[in-house]
Design a protein around this ligand. Structure first.
Ligand code: BES
Ligand code: MN
Ligand code: ZN
Length: 494
């Protein structure tokens, strides 16, 4: 898709489709007023007919636009005039772009960005529009033998903004394009089946990202390397699988070598059967998305390199399968982690924390300024927060606040859960230093409390994306979250 930043002037611009805002109770945006006047009352006509009311997210195509230079008008409701906020703007833009994508024309101009949004400036409105276009037009078709007939024919979208906002809008377009690319990559990886999206496959994709920038270095350790590093917890998870584990490290150097990096660690379980503590059969296929934390790390690395961000960033993706077999870890096994702490594995389905704890220990060698892990870690997080907000747990108020704010701005929200020491006591084991599960209570928190034992004094945050990385239902698939949150955080910190 080719996006351009245009100036206003709705009545003068030739386009196959002008996307135009209206509000509840027949209130017209300035653009709608101009087109209404030029067309002799076309828009007021349909409003008086009650074909559209202006509610947030309503859409209506007007054709037969007569002498107007736009062949069609896509009217979009933005709700009550004077009350438009980011949430309403997103809702309307999402509806507009899904309607637009179904049309068969080559180009369009959106005038929605000219509307005042209480908590969004021209930069933010452009970001939202471009990212939502990519979100709504995304299709996962690589596994189908025939190309999808519903692919949109749209080639270019103009984004109208005030003349003085052009520079801001162009910057937003650049940011949004890179972020949308990272989101699409993460969605693709989440959607790919587990027989294709294996640990080795993730390595190939990481290496492809590495080739996009001279500032990126990608390495991928193998089982023998992990044994040398004494990553006993990670090795315990992978030992039931026929597929070899890989441990992917992407280093992006965008500024002076002495500047401490942001280190991201993403869970890369390419299929989670539960292991010997096997999961029930229903919807087990969805456990192919248990690598979405890792996928989001790859998405962020790709986007950060594309934007040439002036910071140092390390992405770590421990990747393996969790399978039952005669060589699999048994409930009751005790293993020694890379940190030296021993873990009693009471449930082999609590495998994410086992691969992450060794990855977090490994991460310390980069002397992180901040350390953030991202994982589809607990079903309990789905129970607590559903699919709206990611779970956020942290040992640093400053980092937690920055991430919460970034999520809010990016429309990729998180919610902080507590991490009092008492929760860690639920992980006591009579036989080892710690057990890998706590019990039914506070499952998301005890998982994070387990991880906290491996980060020392480093400023650390954990994002549990079990609920947010995936949508269910007829539209099921990866969401690419929390790439927008993480990119927002990085953009804020440079
Ligand atoms: N990958 C799952 C968590 C998960 C569940 C992600 C549902 C997405 C949707 C994780 O490895 C897991 O199995 N966790 C267990 C932990 C339990 C055994 C303490 C869980 O949540 O049931
Ligand atoms: Mn599991
Ligand atoms: Zn898992």
């Amino acid at each position: 898709m080719k996006f351009t930043v245009n100036t206003p002037g709705a009545t003068r611009q030739r386009t196959a489709c002008a996307i135009v805002a209206i509000y509840s109770d027949g209130v017209l945006s300035d653009t709608a007023k101009a087109l209404d006047k030029a067309s002799g009352g076309m828009i007021t006509g349909v409003i008086n007919n009650r074909d559209i009311r202006g509610q947030a997210g309503e859409t209506l195509f007007l054709t037969h636009t007569g002498k107007l230079p736009c062949k069609r008008i896509l009217l979009v409701g933005l709700g009550t005039a004077g009350k438009l906020d980011q949430r309403g703007f997103r809702k309307a833009a999402r509806a507009a772009f899904s309607a637009l994508g179904k049309g068969g024309y080559a180009n369009a101009i959106s005038f929605l960005g000219l509307e005042a949004v209480s908590d969004a400036d021209a930069y933010r409105k452009t970001r939202i529009a471009v990212e939502l276009w990519h979100e709504t037009s995304y299709r996962f078709t690589t596994m189908k033998s025939a190309p999808s007939p519903e692919a949109s024919r749209l080639k270019s979208i103009g984004l109208a903004c005030e003349t003085g906002d052009k520079r801001k809008a162009r910057l937003a377009l650049k940011h949004a394009t890179a972020i949308a690319g990272g989101v699409a990559l993460a969605r693709d990886l989440g959607n790919l089946p587990p027989n294709i999206c294996t640990p080795d496959y993730l390595v190939k994709r990481a290496q492809a990202i590495g080739r996009t920038s001279k500032k990126l270095r990608v390495t991928a350790l193998r089982a023998a390397d992990l044994r040398k590093l004494r990553m006993g917890a990670l090795l315990a998870v992978t030992q039931g699988s026929e597929l070899p584990p890989r441990f992917i490290v992407l280093q992006y150097r965008g500024t002076a070598a002495k500047t401490k990096p942001v280190v991201l660690v993403g869970k890369g379980i390419t299929f989670d059967s539960g292991g010997i503590s096997i999961k029930p059969g229903a919807a087990m296929d969805e456990m192919k998305y248990d690598m979405c934390g890792g996928a989001s790390v790859l998405g962020v690395m790709q986007a950060a390199a594309e934007l040439d961000l002036p910071l140092n960033l390390v992405g770590i993706v421990p990747a393996c399968e969790n399978m039952p077999s005669g060589t699999a870890t048994r409930p009751g096994d005790i293993v020694r982690t890379m940190s030296g702490q021993t873990v009693e594995i009471l449930n082999t389905d609590a495998e994410g924390r086992l691969i992450l704890c060794d990855a977090l220990t490994y991460a310390q060698r980069f002397k992180p300024a901040v350390l953030i892990d991202i994982a589809t870690l607990t079903g309990a997080c789905l129970i607590a927060l559903g699919r709206v907000r990611s779970g956020l747990l942290s040992n640093s108020d400053e980092l937690a606040d920055a991430l919460l704010g970034a999520g809010q701005n990016a429309g990729d929200r998180a919610w902080r859960l507590p991490l009092d020491e008492e929760y860690g006591e639920l992980l006591k084991s009579p036989f080892a230093d710690v057990a890998n599960i706590g019990g039914r209570d506070a499952g998301t928190i005890t998982a994070a409390a387990f991880l906290a034992r491996f980060v020392g004094k480093t400023s650390w945050a954990h994002l549990d994306i079990a609920g947010t990385a995936w949508v269910q239902g007829s539209n099921k698939g990866g969401t690419g979250r929390p790439v927008p949150l993480l990119m927002e955080y990085l953009l804020q910190s440079v």
